[in-house]
Design a protein around this ligand. Sequence first.
Ligand SMILES: Nc1ncnc2c1ncn2[C@@H]1O[C@H](COP(=O)(O)OP(=O)(O)OP(=O)(O)O)[C@@H](O)[C@H]1O
Length: 550
Amino acid sequence: MNLIRLLLRTSSLHLSLAMLAGILSGGTAAGLIALINTTLNQNQPSKAILFWSFIALCILRLIANFISQILLIQVSQKAILNLRILLSRRILASPLKQLEKIGIHALLAVLVEDIQTISNTIIIIPFLCINIAIVIACLIYLGWLSRLIFLIGISFMFLGIFSYSLPTMKAMSFLKLAREQEDKLFKHFRAITQGTKELKLHRRRRQAFLSEDLHKTALSSRQHNVVGMSIFAAAASWGQILFFVAIGLLLFAIPAINKIHPTILSAYALTIIYLISPLEYIMSTMPNITRAVVALKKVESLGLSLTNSAHEIVDDTLFKSHKWKHLKLENITHSYYHEPEENSFVLGPINLKLHQGEIIFILGGNGSGKSTLAKLITGLYIPETGNIYLDANPINNENIEWYRQQFSVVFSDFYLFDRFLGFDNQNLDFQTQKYLAKLQLDHKVKVKNGVLSTTELSQGQRKRLALLTAYLEDRPIYMFDEWASDQDPVFKEIFYTQLLPELKNRGKTVLVISHDDQYFYLADRIVKLEYGQVKTEHLNIRKEQINVFE
Ligand SMILES: Nc1ncnc2c1ncn2[C@@H]1O[C@H](COP(=O)(O)OP(=O)(O)OP(=O)(O)O)[C@@H](O)[C@H]1O
C-alpha cells in the first residue's frame, strides 16, 4: 500500500524498531491476559511468582508501548513533513502545461485537502499498528489454548473481514465521488476570494452563485460523504455484533459439539472481550484509511506521484564561458488541450532567429498567441514539435532548467514576492533602493534585509516592483509581456525610450510584447503574430516610424 511505502521511505529503521516495540507491546498484552486467566482459574491463593510476573509484564508493556508510540509518532510526523515538501516540489517540477491542465483549484484541493487527509491518517497509523500487534498476539495465544477453537474462530474472523470489506469497497466509491466534488468546491472558493468585488456588486449573481454553484456542489459532497460513512457505520456495527456471535458460538454451540474444558472456554471469552477494543479501533480507522487511499489515488491521478522523488537536472556546463549569439526557434509548435476540434488553437510552426543584444517587439491581436510564444521561448512550455537552439546547441531535458535561468520575465499575470528570494547579493538593499528611486517608488516602498515594506500598491506600481525584481536578477534575456499596459503615459515613455535602450546598452536581449504602436520604431526586430502564425517579421534597421498593423 502506498501509505506504508510512504512511511517506509521516511525511515525504514525507525519504522522497523517501532514495529518491534509494537509487537513486544502486543505480546505483553497477550501475556497479561494469559496470566490473568491462569490466576483466575487456579483454586488456591495467588503465588508470588504470578504476582511478580504480572508486575514485570505491566512494566514491560508500559515501556514497549511508550517506545513504540514515540518512534511511530516520529516516523509519522516526519512522513507528513516529507509529504508536504515532496508534493510542493513535485508540483514545481511538473511541466507548466500539465499544471495548467490540472487547474489551480485542483492543485489547491491537493495541497490543502489531500495533504490534510493523508496526514490525519498517518497520525493514527502508530496506534493502528499497536492495536494490530495486540490482535495478532492474542490470536497466537488463542491458537495455543485450543487449535480447534482457534481454527473455527479464524474462519469466522475471515468471514467477518470479508463481509466487512465488501460494503467498505462500495463506501470507497462514494468517498471518491465526494472527493471529486472537493475540486469543484475549491473552484468556487477561488471565485469567492478572487471575485469578491463582482459578487458583492451584483446581488442576483451572488445569489445564483451561492445557490446554484456553491450550495449544489457542497450538497453533493455531503450526500456522497453521508452515504459512504453510513456504509462504514453499518459495516462496523455488523463487525461488532460478530464478536458477540463468536462469544455465543463459543459458549453455547461449540461445547455442545465438542467437550471443551471450562477454563479454556473462559480464557477464550475473556480474550475475545479484551480483543473487542483493539478491533473496534482498527475498524474505526478504516474510513480514514480509505479516505487517505482515495486522496493518494487522486494525487497520483494528477501525475504527481509521491513514490518517486522529484529532482531537477541542471546542466550548467553548457555555454558557461561562452556568449551566445543567436536564439533560434525551428518549427516549434504548441497546442492547448481543451479547446474543441474546430476551434482549437495551435501556435506554429514558428521559425525565428533572435540575435543577442536586440530589442524584439512581439505584436498581434488578442489571442494571436503572443503569451504562448513567450512561454515557449522562455522554456516554460516544451515545444510539441521542433527545437530551440542557443547558437548550435539544442535545448533539451538536460539543459532546459539552465536555459530557463537565462530569462528575467515579467508576465502579464505576474506574481510578486514580498521579499527577494534567491539573491546572495551583499548590496541587495542598496541596489534595490537605487532601482526604487529609478522606478519612482522610493516614496512608497522601503527595503530592509531584502524584505519590501509593502506590496499593497496600485497595479501599475506593483508591475514596477516586478520590473525591479527582473532588474536585480540581471539575466541575459529580458521578456516583458504587456508590461507598459498599466503605466501612465509619462512612465510608459520612460519605459520605452529610457529603460529598454538602457538594457540593450548593457548587452541584454529584450523581448517586448506590446500593443503600443507609437514605440514600435524603437525595435530592432518586429514579429507580428496572427492566429498562432508569424504573419510578418520586420528588421527595423533605420529605426523608422512604422505601422505594422496596416
Ligand atoms: N492556459 C490555457 N489553456 C487553454 N487555452 C489557452 C490557455 N492560454 C491561452 N489559451 C488559448 O490560446 C490562445 C492564445 O492565447 P495567448 O494568451 O497566447 O494570446 P495573446 O496573443 O497573448 O493574447 P492577449 O493579447 O489577449 O494577451 C487563445 O485562443 C487562448 O484561448
